[in-house]
Design a binder for this molecule. Structure first.
Ligand code: GLC
Length: 438
């Protein structure tokens, strides 16, 4: 590897290539997270080993009974494609320390035990078959390796363990062709990038995969932030990772998980928040012990996919982060959220106006045209002062998939928009300020 760069020089170099490396990722918007490992057999959360204080020797027995069926990763990828997702991230090795690939550095792996197959290889092949970006989740915390905790206070153990982590990730980024994303998790027990040798580790990772995108969980900021189980925009690239049920990344019994799991409408609410805030959504599935897709995830994801096939322009690509961003509420009204691409405002109607008309305040200029996004059907409107009034709307929501109809309001560039004071008496056509850009 070339000379090790200083932190400042490294971060400058990485920043210079970021727009090029992340263009496809920013366009992608929506990805599938997959949490699959020995813990999937327990069906009680991916932290079961620690939360239930399993002795390591007892937990290791799960390696013998782990039997994902052949073709399971292909089912995940097929569903991701159908859902309109553009990339996938698989837990290649979670905190339990079990590698899902043919590892020389870690004999505790899926080729030596359980399925005696390289699950990572099957995952990579499936992603390529369906044209999906490929991400590897790689836990830094390790509950199996004897130095996984000693490294916190024993210099030799830390040297051995960081060498081990480097070896694992070198295998992953060397043996499986082009890999797009390295998704680190839980940098514990060391609490600094120096403790993890992250500066050297990540320069080595990037030397193996020059277009690699790395998340912010190796104690260096790297390429994108990772709000978890909440969707909060940031002034940098960011990706919200969300479980499917608000409780577990790993498999839990589908029948019992169903009431807690998201439907298509909830997923669309997450997507509008990400698109309006300029971030991505990485939505998780926790496959069953045999690798099957959890049944409660299928219908919602397939519905979202059908919806995205008609309304994807409101989601994918370079959405402009609307000023005063608050979950896409800017530009919409109480029952409508908005995303905008710099020319059109896309109104996501969660509740379709039954009376055939609806107003939108704050717009200082009239759109050139308003239409149903899904089929281009023109929509009547008028512009009065700072209000757009949509008229003669169909009595029921035109969207047949999720009941969420998107209207496109086309402008000559970013519309001037101003959230006015909270006093309607000021809105009645009085002279108002000239508004700000959305
Ligand atoms: C947390 C959990 C881990 C999960 C990760 C996903 O770090 O500890 O189990 O894989 O979130 O972002």
């Amino acid at each position: 590897m070339s000379t090790l760069l200083s932190k400042q020089a490294y971060e400058k170099q990485v920043a210079e290539s970021r727009d090029r490396r992340m263009a496809w990722w920013r366009e992608a918007r929506f990805g599938m997270f997959v949490h699959f490992g020995l813990y999937s057999q327990l069906g009680r959360h991916e932290w079961a080993q620690t939360l239930e204080n399993f002795p390591v020797a007892e937990y290791e027995k799960l390696a013998e009974t782990f039997r994902p069926r052949p073709g399971a990763p292909r089912e995940w990828a097929a569903l991701a494609k159908k859902a309109g997702m553009k990339y996938m991230v698989l837990t290649t090795r979670h905190h339990e320390g079990f590698s899902l690939w043919d590892s020389r550095a870690n004999p505790y792996n899926a080729v030596n035990f359980g399925p005696k197959r390289d699950i990572v290889r099957e995952f990579v092949d499936a992603c390529r078959e369906f044209g999906l970006g490929i991400g590897f989740y790689s836990s830094l915390m390790d509950w199996h390796h004897p130095d996984g905790w000693r490294c916190a206070f024993d210099t030799e153990a830390r040297r051995r363990f960081t060498a081990y982590i480097r070896a694992l990730n070198t295998e992953l980024l060397t043996n499986y062709g082009k890999i797009d994303i390295l998704w680190y998790d839980v940098p514990a027990p060391m609490e600094s990038w120096e403790g993890w040798d992250s500066l050297e580790l990540n320069q080595h990772m990037r030397s193996l995969q020059p277009d690699l995108i790395i998340n912010d969980r190796s104690k260096l900021p790297e390429d994108f932030g990772t709000p978890e189980e909440h969707i909060t925009a940031a002034d940098r690239d960011w990706e919200a990772c969300m479980t499917f049920n608000g409780m577990s990344w790993g498999y839990v019994d589908s029948r019992q998980a169903a009431p807690y799991s998201y439907n298509a409408q909830r997923i669309l609410r997450m997507l509008v928040t990400c698109a309006a805030g300029g971030g991505n959504l990485l939505l998780n599935i926790g496959p069953a012990p045999d690798g099957s897709v959890p049944e409660e995830a299928v219908e919602p994801l397939e519905t979202v996919g059908r919806w995205l096939a008609e309304n994807g322009r409101a989601v994918y690509g370079g959405m402009q982060r609307t000023s005063g961003w608050t979950e896409g509420r800017v530009g919409g009204n109480g029952v409508t959220s908005a995303t905008c691409d710099g020319k059109s405002v896309f109104l996501w109607n969660w509740i379709w106006p039954a009376g055939g008309s609806m107003g939108l305040g704050g717009y200082m200029e009239a759109p050139k045209a308003v239409r149903l996004l899904r089929d281009g059907t023109p929509v009547d409107f008028e512009h009065k002062g700072h209000r757009i009034i949509l008229k003669n709307l169909p009595a029921t929501p035109p969207d047949p998939h999720a009941g969420v109809t998107v209207l496109e309001m086309e402008f000559d560039g970013m519309p001037r928009y101003k959230t006015f004071s909270y006093y309607p008496q000021l809105h009645g056509g009085l002279d108002v300020t000239d508004g700000e850009r959305l």
